[in-house]
Design a protein around this ligand. Structure first.
Ligand SMILES: [Zn+2]
Ligand SMILES: [Zn+2]
Length: 140
């Protein structure tokens, strides 16, 4: 199960899997959609757990740095579907229904490395969003 994979990466990173970190991770798994920090707080409150928004922000930032969570252009957060795989990660977003699909692509990583080198940027971690129509919304 993917929850194990994210937890394993968290534990291996040297960050302790504290109760609060586990709560935020569980919430992200249960929500299964790009979510705002506010959505996470709301979800936790409904289940009787209280984690301060500032703490949620700090924890999601740590998850992002570990590569187990992505922050989309909208500011919403989504758990990485392919943690620890080579290549760049990106999202396809349907401009009709708003559904989001994560992809992973090695060419995109090479392209990002070239562009970053050209501008003397280090450690490029591209995260792109491609909008289009998903299979269920495509009328053809
Ligand atoms: Zn990813
Ligand atoms: Zn759609």
């Amino acid at each position: 199960m993917s929850s194990c994979q994210h937890t394993t990466i968290l534990e291996r990173s040297g960050l302790r899997a504290t109760m609060q970190r586990r709560l935020v991770l569980d919430a992200l798994h249960q929500m299964q959609t790009p979510a705002s920090p506010y959505d996470i707080e709301h979800h936790l409150t409904k289940r009787g757990s209280t984690v301060h928004p500032v703490t949620i922000y700090r924890i999601t930032k740590q998850f992002e740095n570990l590569g187990i969570l992505h922050r989309l252009g909208s500011g919403r957060l989504s758990l990485c579907k392919h943690p620890e795989t080579e290549g760049a990660h990106g999202y396809l977003r349907c401009r009709d229904c708003g559904s989001v699909t994560e992809f992973q692509n090695e060419h995109l990583q090479r392209l990002a490395t070239d562009i970053a080198e050209e501008h003397r940027y280090h450690s490029p971690a591209p995260l792109i969003e491609i909008t289009g129509l998903c299979p269920s919304c495509d009328p053809s």
